[in-house]
Design a protein around this ligand. Structure first.
Ligand SMILES: [Fe+2]
Length: 389
C-alpha cells in the first residue's frame, strides 16, 4: 500500500507563466501576496507575474524579503506583511516566485498565517495535514522540486537546526513550470540545484519507502536529468536542456515527496545549517561517499539509476553499473566544480567537533531510516570523516 499526495494543477512549458492568473483563479485566490526576493524583481519575473495576475483580475502585492535557506526570522517578517492585507482586505493566497527557498517560505507562511505558533511547533515528527492558505509555486530553479512536495525546510535561528516540516498542508495547490524562468540562473546555482534534484530522484528510488508510483517518477526524472545536467551548466541558454531539467526536478520532487529522501539529505541538512553551505552543494559533497557506503544494500536499484541516467548501457551487469555510478558521481562533482568541505572554507576542527551533533540531528530528521543501509550515530560520524578526507 502507498499513499500519494500531489498538487492539483501543474502548468508546464515555455511561456506558461502567462497562465498564472488562471491558476490563481482556480485556487480561489483573488488577493495574492507574492513571496519572492530582490533578484526575482530585478530579473523582471515579478513584474511578469503581477501582469499575469492583473489580467485575470487578481489583486496582488509583493513581499521580497525571503532569504536563501530561509530562517524563521524571515518568515516572521513575511507574516507581518501578510497581516497588512491588500486594498483593505486580507490576502487569500500566496504565490512563490523563486527557488526552493521562496517556495518553502510561502509554505511556512501559509501554515503560520492560519494556524499560528512558531515553526518549531510544526517540525517532524509532527505531521501537518491541516490546510493553510493556498500556495501556487513558480519555481525559477530546477532543483528542490518544492513546487510538488509536501515538504518544507526552515532553519531555527536559535538552534541553527534545519527543521524538516512535512504534511499535506505543505503541498502547493498548483505550480507553473516555465523553463524560460531558469535561463538566467547563475552557473553555480544551476549545478547545485541540479545535483539536488538528481539526489532526490536517486534517494527516492533506493528509499525503503519507494513504491511503484514513486519509482516511475524517479526513473523518468533520472532519464531527463542524467544527460542534461552538464548541458545546462555548459550552455545555460539551451532551451531543451533547461526544459528537461525543470521537468526532471519536478518529477524528482514528486518521487521523493511520496517515497522520502534518505541518508544524503539527512546528513546534508546539518552541514547546511552549521556551515551555511547551499543545500544542493552539501548534497553534492556527500553523494559519492554516501552512495558508496549504501550501495551494498541496494545494488540492483543503484545500477538502475546509472542506466536511467544514461551513464551505464542497458544490459550492463549490476556490478559494472554500480562501479560506473560511483565513478560518474565523482566526475560530475569535478565537472561542475563542487568543492570539498575544506575547499568550501570549512574549518576542520569545527567540522570534527560538530560531527556528533550533526549525526544526532541527521537521525532525528528520520531520513537516514529510509536509507537502504541504515547507519548508527557512530557510523554517521565516521561517514562525516570520510567525506572530509
Ligand atoms: Fe534536496
Amino acid at each position: 500500500m502507498s499513499t500519494l499526495v500531489l498538487p492539483r494543477i501543474l502548468e508546464s512549458g515555455p511561456g506558461s507563466l502567462s497562465r498564472l492568473g488562471s491558476v490563481a483563479g482556480q485556487a480561489g485566490i483573488s488577493r495574492a501576496l507574492i513571496i519572492t526576493d530582490a533578484t526575482m524583481i530585478q530579473l523582471g519575473y515579478v513584474e511578469r507575474a503581477l501582469s499575469a495576475l492583473s489580467e485575470a483580475g487578481v489583486a496582488a502585492a509583493v513581499f521580497d524579503g525571503t532569504e536563501p535557506e530561509p530562517t524563521e526570522t524571515s518568515i516572521i517578517a513575511g507574516l507581518d506583511c501578510l497581516k497588512s492585507g491588500v486594498e483593505g482586505a486580507e490576502f487569500d493566497g500566496l504565490i512563490a516566485v523563486g527557488g526552493g527557498s521562496a517556495i518553502d517560505s510561502a509554505k511556512a507562511l501559509s501554515i503560520l498565517a492560519v494556524h499560528g505558533g512558531r515553526m518549531r511547533d510544526y517540525k517532524v515528527p509532527r505531521i501537518v495535514d491541516e490546510l493553510g492558505l493556498p500556495v501556487i509555486a513558480v519555481p525559477t530553479t530546477a532543483g528542490t522540486g518544492s513546487e510538488a512536495t509536501k515538504v518544507a525546510v526552515i532553519t531555527d535561528p536559535e538552534s541553527d537546526e534545519k527543521m524538516l516540516c512535512m504534511g499535506l498542508g505543505y503541498m502547493p495547490f498548483g505550480a507553473v513550470l516555465d523553463p524560460e524562468l531558469t535561463y538566467s540562473l547563475p552557473k553555480r546555482v544551476t549545478a547545485d540545484t541540479g545535483i539536488d534534484a538528481i539526489t532526490h530522484a536517486m534517494e527516492a528510488y533506493v528509499s525503503r519507502k519507494a513504491n511503484p508510483f514513486s519509482d516511475q517518477q524517479a526513473l523518468a526524472a533520472l532519464r531527463l536529468m542524467g544527460p542534461n545536467i552538464r548541458r545546462v551548466f555548459e550552455d545555460p541558454q539551451n532551451a531543451d536542456a533547461r526544459e528537461a531539467m525543470l521537468l526532471g526536478s519536478t518529477l524528482a520532487g514528486i518521487a521523493f515527496s511520496n517515497a522520502s529522501v534518505a541518508l544524503v539529505h539527512g546528513m546534508s541538512r546539518p552541514i547546511g545549517a552549521f556551515f551555511h553551505v547551499p543545500h544542493g552543494l552539501s548534497n553534492a559533497m556527500l553523494l559519492p561517499e554516501i552512495t558508496a557506503w549504501s550501495l551494498p544494500s541496494a545494488q540492483t536499484r543503484y545500477a538502475q539509476c546509472a542506466r536511467a541516467m544514461g551513464w551505464a548501457a542497458d544490459g550492463t551487469s549490476d556490478a559494472v553499473a554500480n562501479d560506473i555510478l560511483l565513478e560518474e558521481l565523482k566526475m560530475l562533482n569535478a565537472d561542475l566544480g563542487v568543492p570539498t568541505p575544506s575547499g568550501f572554507g570549512i574549518e576542520e576542527a569545527r567540522w570534527r567537533q560538530l560531527r556528533p551533533l550533526m549525526a544526532e540531528q541527521a537521525l532525528a530528521s528520520g531520513s537516514p531510516g529510509n536509507n537502504p543501509r541504515i547507519p548508527t550515530a557512530d557510523e554517521i560520524v565516521e561517514l562525516y570523516d570520510r567525506v572530509w578526507a
